[in-house]
Design a protein around this ligand. Sequence first.
Ligand code: ZN
Length: 431
Amino acid sequence: MIEDGSSPHPRYITGIGVLALPQLPAGGLPASPVTCLRNVWIELENGAVRRIGPEGESSPAHVKSDECFDAANGLVTPGFVESHTHPVFVLSRQYEFHLRCQGKKYLEIAAEGGGILSSVRGVRGATLPDLTALVRKRFTRFLELGVTTVEAKSGYGLSLKDELNSLKAIRDGAEGLLEVSPTLLAAHTVPPEFKSAPDSYIDLICNEIIPAAAEENLAEAVDIFVEESAFSVAQARRVFEAGSKLGLGIRIHADQFSSSGGASLAAEFGAWSADHMDCTSPDEIDLLAKAGVTIVLLPGAVFFLGLNKFAPARKFIEAGCKVALSTDFNPGTSPTQSLPLMMTLGCNRLKMSPAEALWAVTMGGASALKRQHRIGSLLPGYQADLSLWEAPDIDYLPYAYGDSIPSAVFKKGSLASLKGGLCSGYVMPAD
Ligand SMILES: [Zn+2]
């Protein structure tokens, strides 16, 4: 029982001022992406939504208060689905931010041994229990901020042992807390020991790291950073072939700083997601739409690097692409864990509507994780992952920028977080 007498495992969420119901993709992002019902209740059963009461009825008749959780006339949204994060690192990198404030460029800092490589040194020097504890702390923060499912990448290990350790930290860090979709990103950058022979590192990834991760069931997908400073399209093709052969999904980091051809490759392989896409050409946008690839836009990285070239979100939407928004949470280019802040950037910089932005952090994220029939909405049958906000409508989330924190978060029908803090004794219900 919680302080006001309501249940942490309620059968009903009552007194919902506005219930936001993201709709399934109609090919791409739907024209009316979110249906809002006013003054309703929902019934939960076995960790899923069983039914939604009629509009204008705040509670079903004859229910006991200990069966209910009162939403106090607030906004209820699905739990957010965060579709692109790099949570396995040791130290924060505010010194790079300091250098960038003095005018230094991200790629200059990386070329001098900062950037991704500085995080690689940290992960290689850490024990698995230490890494797991750090990842768990970050996942807990995501949950408190309304994220109930998170995609999480390795990519600061860059060796067989350290990439597998990173994936184990993701698995163990999420246990009993939230649902995780792990991605192997061994091809994040070329490690120093392979600097003169990057193709030999691709051999290691394809012949040893991907098979080991698949064998131990540690990853759902493979990912690669395609950019002049990282890997080529030809190298990405090899990684995708090795991953596909073992049944893993495909993700790509591409077109962040320049158009590389990575988007065409993602379309050719039917990737689960193509991420960044700030510099994608109109022809490639059409290819991605035809292939049904979900586009994961990361405006926080553009904003935090002080750049002005934001992704052509409207062109993706008009072409019929499903579009997700994500934080790209990582210690270098986007250290925030706030998806409401990404909604603000989505509206303000990518010219999305608040409803499109909400769809992008719920159903869009679920589409990128191939879970859109189970999470990302609160239609009957969907998992009871939901957040309660002290907000009058969905526009308020991106409007109250930098300041939107849910007052309660439920995972599979269990109260996980209250007033921005993890509930003591909370354990995510097993399947
Ligand atoms: Zn990333």
